[in-house]
Design a protein around this ligand. Structure first.
Ligand code: FAD
Length: 385
């Protein structure tokens, strides 16, 4: 059985559905969210705050830290529901799914005890400063450096494509702490407030309808206590963080909504049309991608290495996002291009999804990089160097 199909998850899913429905007035009041092509890219501090207030952040984290003591599989099931209801999830995914889980594994006791409860309450959001202008796929080539000084480090560098940086309270930052070491061995990860002197954020719009940011770090002082995990061993912290990021089950939820609504619309237009075949193919492919997400989530839930599984999930979901966006727009025809107004079909989301879908095979590591992870780590193919 697919872990995500466990019938015991049904009551939790129903509760998550009810919570999402209760947020409808808030979503309607934030018109900028309507043009967002993928819920995972949407920025809303208000939705994040309400998620925390209602206890939906950190479901699988310990109760004494503000979580609900559930399993990561249960969290994944809820995230699928959040995606189905098109919640703007970027602050949640960065702070809880990605950074929070890594903090729980590698953070100091002080970091865990001060930061995790604030994430659970929806008070504290993170952005993730990994990518740089010349270090995306080759992440270990990053050049932002942290130079040791009395009591800590001075950080200098430039991050790019940083989601939610303009609304984040803190940044989860990958830096080079040993410039002499081989590139994977001289990295460390730090957490620091975004209002630390020397940090500047510059946003730019994306095709997907939201904003990404550049983060400039100019002689930013970071105390030694801000390090996450051992000095110069940041690479393993970063890989673990990416394993969580790549379980893109919330995108599966959003794609399911698109297929459900598309079927409803096509049924009204042409009940016996040949569109059924296209839809069945897409529904089948989506179920495969969904299973890959849940299999990877199950591995993480049991404390197992999920690098290959989460790369498979990310690859499948990313490619399928593009395929579904394209096929759905073909089936809707020209009217599907309207994103707003009384004639917009499926709330204009398909056209918006089409714009955002390109990013789905880039963010969190491109499709080519996921294939390399699967080949090298999964199939043990030689490096070729
Ligand atoms: C919507 C969105 C949100 C993002 N959010 C964040 C964020 O919050 N934080 C963050 O740190 N980053 C973020 N990123 C950045 C993302 O992780 C990088 O864009 C991605 O890793 C690719 O890096 P790059 O853009 O430098 O492309 P490059 O690495 O320059 O790649 C260019 C092309 O070359 C291909 N390529 C590169 N190396 C190889 C290889 N060895 N074999 C085969 N092909 C290869 C790539 O697949 C790609 O097609 C985000 C990106 C997007 C689109």
């Amino acid at each position: 059985m697919v872990p995500g199909n466990d019938s015991q998850l049904a009551p939790l899913r129903a509760a998550a559905e009810a919570f999402c429905r209760s947020l409808a007035p808030v979503l309607e009041a934030e018109p900028t969210l309507q043009v967002q092509g993928m819920p995972s890219d949407g920025d809303s501090r208000e939705i994040y705050r309400r998620m925390g207030e209602a206890g939906w952040i950190g479901l699988h984290w310990p109760r004494e830290l503000g979580g609900q003591g559930l399993s990561f599989l249960e969290t994944a099931a809820v995230e699928e529901v959040f995606g189905y209801h098109w919640l703007p999830l970027s602050p949640y995914l960065l702070s809880c799914r990605t950074v929070g889980n890594a903090l729980l594994r590698f953070g100091s006791r002080e970091q865990v005890e001060t930061l995790i409860p604030r994430i659970c309450r929806g008070e504290l959001t993170f952005c993730q400063g990994f990518s740089e202008p010349e270090a995306g796929s080759d992440l270990a080539a990053l050049k932002t450096t942290a130079r040791p000084v009395s009591g800590g480090f001075l950080v200098r560098g430039h991050k790019i494509w940083t989601s939610s940086a303009h609304i984040a309270d803190w940044i989860y930052l990958a830096v080079r702490t040993d410039p002499e070491a081989p590139k994977h061995r001289g990295l460390s990860v730090f957490v620091l407030p975004m209002d630390t002197p020397g940090i500047t954020v510059r946003t730019f719009p994306t095709m997907g309808g939201g904003l990404l940011a550049e983060v400039f770090l100019d002689e930013v002082f970071v105390p030694a206590s801000a390090r996450v995990g051992p000095l110069n061993e940041g690479w393993k912290v970063m890989l673990y963080t990416l394993d969580f990021e790549r379980i893109t089950i919330e995108k599966v939820g959003a794609l399911r909504w698109v297929l459900d609504e598309l079927e409803r619309w096509l049924q009204e237009q042409d009940p016996s049309g040949p569109w059924r075949w296209t839809l069945w193919h897409l529904q089948g492919a989506l179920e495969v991608a969904r299973q890959l997400c849940y299999e990877a989530a199950a591995r993480l839930a049991h404390g197992k290495d999920a690098s290959v599984g989460s790369a498979m999930a990310k690859l499948a979901v990313g490619r399928l996002t593009r395929r579904i966006a394209s096929a759905a727009l073909d089936l809707l025809g020209i009217p599907g291009l309207a994103e707003a107004g009384p004639h917009a079909l499926l709330q204009g989301r398909v056209a918006a999804l089409y714009r955002a879908a390109i990013g789905s095979t880039i963010s969190g590591g491109t499709a080519e990089i996921q294939r390399l992870v699967i080949a090298r780590r999964g199939l043990k193919c030689p490096n070729g160097r």
